[in-house]
Ligand binder design. Structure first.
Ligand code: ATP
Ligand code: MG
Length: 253
């Protein structure tokens, strides 16, 4: 069996004394797509932030291993250099910084060497084109005045330039129109086929129809209560979370 590239074991996380993640296990390999579903407030974004190293959250117990190495003590930059990427549910605005400059700085930081401008702009424009984005988009300040869908596309643009090994995509499909969803999903699928391991957090079956994840996980109140294939996603879409909530309560009892 191939080794696990992102391993999460018994992860418990709190913030301001409140426990939010209550024992998470996850094994993701490069080239796989896993979906993470769950009701609002169940802890999905918290997991994404903790994996990326957000300092506000306290890891109370458990392990996070990236390519076999414990990364709990590493800051977000170092995690990014090791190939981890997070597309935010709510991407932040960075007034006064052009998207193109932001991306070039991020890319140079990850490669630990400056990137020749010509080479960078050529790649940037190729990527913009394949994502159906206007070339002028990269001259605008990061996320400032971007529509909801444009913010999501700019996260995907970032991912496709940075070429991570493991990517966590937090609600990358929310707010996208039908055509944009297809473009974004195809890009995510392409990256997985090239060997990126992907954890996609979503509320909707639609993106999963394009992505065909290897495994789906249902999180309720800080626990993964069930993992499974396409049948699980269909069951969820048809019946909602009620049955899973009951399972969660029984698991605690
Ligand atoms: N900084 C914080 N301070 C206090 N509570 C927090 C903080 N961050 C997260 N929480 C709480 O942790 C719980 C999980 O939040 P989280 O954002 O991880 O949920 P989610 O599953 O991503 O939900 P959604 O589907 O709405 O995005 C929520 O009850 C939230 O209010
Ligand atoms: Mg969330």
């Amino acid at each position: 069996m191939a080794s696990v590239d992102l391993l999460v074991k018994g992860l418990r996380v709190g913030i301001q004394g409140k426990e939010i993640l209550r024992g998470i296990d996850l094994s993701l390999r490069r080239g796989e797509i896993h979906a993470l579903l769950g009701p609002n407030g169940s802890g999905k974004s918290t997991l994404a932030y903790v994996l990326m190293g957000h300092p506000a959250y306290e890891v109370v117990a458990g392990e996070i291993r990236l390519f076999g190495e414990d990364i709990r003590g590493l800051d977000p930059d170092e995690r990014a250099r090791r190939g981890l990427f997070l597309a935010f549910q709510y991407p932040a605005e960075v007034p006064g910084v052009a998207l193109s400059n932001f991306l070039r700085t991020a890319l140079s930081a990850i490669r630990e060497q400056p990137l020749p401008p010509l080479q960078f702009y050529k790649t940037l424009h190729q990527r913009l084109e394949s994502l159906g984005m206007d070339p002028g988009f990269a001259d605008r300040a990061v996320n400032e005045g971007f529509s909801g869908g444009e913010k999501k596309r700019s996260e995907i643009l970032q991912m496709s330039l940075l070429q991570p090994k493991i990517a966590i995509l937090d609600e990358i499909d929310s707010g996208l129109d039908i055509d944009a969803l297809r473009v974004v999903a195809n890009e995510v699928r392409r990256m997985a086929d090239e060997g990126v391991g992907i954890l996609v957090i979503t509320h909707y079956q639609r993106i999963l129809e394009y992505l065909k994840p290897d495994l789906a996980h249902v999180m309720i109140q800080g626990r993964i209560v069930r993992s499974g294939g396409p049948d699980l996603v269909r069951e969820l879409e048809a019946a909602g979370y009620d049955a899973f909530r009951t399972e969660a309560v029984e698991a605690v009892a």
